[in-house]
Design a protein around this ligand. Structure first.
Ligand SMILES: NC(=O)c1ccc[n+]([C@@H]2O[C@H](COP(=O)([O-])OP(=O)(O)OC[C@H]3O[C@@H](n4cnc5c(N)ncnc54)[C@H](OP(=O)(O)O)[C@@H]3O)[C@@H](O)[C@H]2O)c1
Length: 266
């Protein structure tokens, strides 16, 4: 059985690396792709890979006219939710790699997935070291009631916090909210310096030249601290491996799941 994919963002940094990996796989095939600037062309001509003979469309709605099993979202947060809802409407399972969707977006997507009895796997970061960071942090949060999350990225990254930090905060909220010794409203000085309160965690986003993507969580107890940190390099390879796994696993779920570990046996 071949899994037929519609890939939105197939010409981007992450999407093109995924498309090239799909070309090499024998159980996944691309049937359509989305990119505004390359619409009307064949993906293989754009990526210089003759095995990718699928057409490119300017919108997900057009690309979804080709029947597919899985819609893969790798564009930008401003169009991601409507792309995902359009894919569910067409009866496709969905993998979301795009970061920057809000909790309200996920609530709407979860309701649509439940209603259609389809699986949506949203993964803020496909890298295995991030998947493990999330898992280790969940264990730590059961024992240590206070933590803060720091997300680091290059200065040109527009969305903040990162999908990785957002997903981590969301997951920890299922365990408990991080305790604050001094309530935020009692902060003396500039309250913004305490970061944003996001689903029960304080999150701080650093955007500076010189960074790629890193995520860190610091747990603090009297006289002891625990830091867990992921640093990514500059290639898209760690994301590609996780994305292929997500494509192969999304048909095993119904409704919205967040995080790659939800389909792994960790
Ligand atoms: N989950 C993970 O592990 C992971 C890993 C890497 C990246 N990401 C996230 O994935 C997203 C893409 O990242 P990237 O670095 O690949 O970005 P990118 O290089 O800018 O690529 C974006 C892709 O989406 C297309 N696109 C953008 N806006 C669009 C629109 N309005 N309609 C249709 N197509 C559109 C672009 O083509 P056109 O400009 O031609 O339309 C391009 O193909 C980001 O949200 C990023 O944070 C997640």
């Amino acid at each position: 059985m071949t899994i037929r994919i519609c890939l939105a963002g197939a010409t981007g940094w992450a999407g093109s690396a995924l498309a090239l990996a799909i070309a090499k796989s024998d159980d996944i095939t691309l049937v359509s792709a989305v990119s505004r600037t390359q619409a009307g062309r064949i993906l293989g001509d754009v990526l210089n890979e003759p095995l990718l003979n699928c057409p490119i469309y300017a919108s997900a709605q057009e690309a979804l006219a080709h029947s597919c099993d899985v819609f893969f979202e790798f564009t930008k947060p401003d169009v991601a939710k409507s792309n995902v809802l359009a894919a569910l409407e067409q009866g496709a399972q969905v993998v979301i790699g795009t970061s920057g969707l809000t909790e309200a977006d996920y609530t709407e997507i979860a309701a649509a997935a439940e209603q259609r009895q389809l699986g949506v796997l949203a993964v803020g970061n496909f890298a295995l070291t991030v998947v493990l960071l999330q898992k280790f942090a969940e264990i730590a949060a059961r024992y240590i009631p206070q933590w803060e999350i720091i997300d680091y990225a290059e200065d040109g990254k527009k969305d903040a916090p990162s999908g990785t930090a957002r997903e981590l905060a969301y997951r920890l909220s299922n365990i408990r909210p991080s305790e604050l010794t001094i309530p935020l409203e009692q902060t003396q000085g500039a309250i913004e310096t305490r970061g944003a309160r996001l689903t029960g965690s304080q999150v701080h986003s650093i955007r500076l030249p010189g960074y790629t993507i890193s995520a860190e969580i610091i747990f603090g107890m009297p006289d002891q601290k625990l830091s867990i940190r992921h640093d990514s390099g500059s290639s898209a390879q760690p994301y590609v491996d996780g994305a292929l796994l997500a494509i192969r696993k999304v048909n095993t779920i119904v409704g919205l799941r967040r995080g790659l570990d939800t389909v792994l046996d960790l």
